[in-house]
Design a protein around this ligand. Structure first.
Ligand code: 6PG
Length: 241
């Protein structure tokens, strides 16, 4: 499969490129719809983008924080203060450093039991914010794991074939193993989809994906995400090879 890539020399320039694209989309979304909704990914790759957003006056001060709404495309089923929490990572690198109103931050709840209850509660939050149609995020940031997972959609997961639910509770072959994730019902509606991929350890999965011809039935969940607007794969040189 041919990927629509943008190759940047390193993680800092990759993060700046994604941020600058995002800021342009923010202006457009706010002008058109009065607000901007982003689905953040977890993992380590977006940390640099988040801290650049918080620390660089040129980016931070250009952002209309009262119009920005943060959501998560997946979350680990751990308390929000756990260092493995995706919300925790975004809070430490971005949220606690910028004047975003608390009500604009929409973390996945992880304090209900079982995890399925968290998925249903997040779906209810989304419904309240977006209305009855599945959400179409202005920007969705995604990553990829070594076996091709994206968000918390791992190879072979039943959630990949979900047609109704927007959010699913899943068990995954990685730590922490219980997670809550957007399903393709949501991810296939994203207005702009950016994969952030950095580091030499992503080279093998990228070449496997490039050789893959199936998309909708692929064993690699990342390429089963096919919104109308083709995803952009931001790669650093180490990942691109
Ligand atoms: C998560 C994710 C996951 C992540 C990839 C890439 O919660 O783990 O959202 O899909 O984006 O595993 O992770 P890295 O950026 O750490 O390589």
């Amino acid at each position: 499969m041919k990927l629509n890539t943008r190759i940047l020399p390193d993680i800092a320039s990759l993060s700046r490129a994604v941020l600058e694209e995002t800021l342009a989309i923010i202006q457009e979304a706010v002008a058109k719809r009065g607000r901007f909704a982003i689905a953040l990914s977890g993992g380590h790759t977006p940390e640099k983008m988040f801290s650049l957003w918080a620390e660089t006056a040129q980016y931070r001060d250009k952002t209309p924080w009262d119009r920005i709404h943060l959501f998560w495309s997946d979350e680990r089923y751990v308390p929000e203060n756990d260092p493995l929490s995706n919300y925790h990572m975004a809070r430490e690198t971005l949220i606690s450093h910028v004047p975003i109103p608390a009500e604009n931050v929409h973390p996945v709840p992880t304090d209900l039991s079982p995890p399925e209850a968290c998925a249903r509660a997040y779906e209810a939050d989304l419904l309240k914010f977006f209305g009855a149609e599945p959400p179409a995020f202005d920007v969705q940031l995604l990553g990829i794991g070594p076996e091709g997972h994206t968000a918390s959609l791992f190879p072979g997961s039943a959630a990949l074939d979900e047609k109704l639910r927007w959010v699913a509770a899943v068990r995954v072959p990685a730590e922490p193993s219980q997670r809550v994730t957007f399903t393709p019902v949501v991810l296939n509606r994203g207005r702009n989809t950016f994969f952030l991929v950095a580091g030499e350890n992503k080279r093998d999965i990228l070449s496997a994906i490039r050789e893959e011809s199936a998309t909708e039935t692929s064993q690699y969940p990342a390429i089963r995400i096919h919104p109308a607007k083709t995803p952009v794969w931001f790669l650093d040189a180490a990942a691109a090879g």
